[in-house]
Structure formats: C-alpha cells, structure tokens
Ligand binder design. Sequence first.
Ligand SMILES: [Zn+2]
Length: 118
Amino acid sequence: MSERKIYRMRLVGGEIVETIAASEAHARAKIARRLAARTAGKALRERRRNQRTGVTVELIDTHHPDSRLDPDGGRWATVCIDHGAVVNHDTLAIARSFLAVPWEFCPDCQETVSATDG
Ligand SMILES: [Zn+2]
C-alpha cells in the first residue's frame, strides 16, 4: 500500500515540474520520461541508462535552439537526468565518454557508487 503525493523538482535552468507519484524515486523516473519526450530528436544527441547507478544520462547539444542548457564551458553537455547534474565539454567525444560514468560529474551518483563500493 503506497500513498501518492505531489513531488516538485527544480530543473537545470530553474523550471519547476511536478508530478504525482508513490515515492520520490518514482517521481524522478516519471519526470525523466517527460523530459525525455520533450527533447527527443532535438537537442538530445544520445541517452543512456546507467547500469551501475540506475540513472538516465543524456548528451545535449547546447547550441541547438531547443536546448535550455548553458553553453558556457563547452558546447556539449552531459546530464544526469535523475539528479539534475550537468557538466559541459568542448568536444562531442569527451562528452560521450562521460555518458557511461555519471559519478564523475554527479555528486549524488558519486555517493551511490562509494556506498556500493563499501
Ligand atoms: Zn546522478
């Protein structure tokens, strides 16, 4: 038996989104799916589900008109969708390499990894 509540999350850029879900994890997943649909085929270049931390990581072209991310620090942004952490890179190749290692730029993922490493 789970109680459904309204969860609000602040996105990169300050936008607030809300959803009704049974848990915070469920709310994050719902919002990630909603964001994924919003960016599909646009500024989004690649999306990957990380096996180790269970998060969704996206590669965004910040020069695309649909991107709401800051291009300062590099055109290509790697984003941990579940936690909202963003890191910019100058080259697509470097940004792509970060898709597989969200704990390298996301503090929440880093916590997950160090917790499972014991
Ligand atoms: Zn994360």
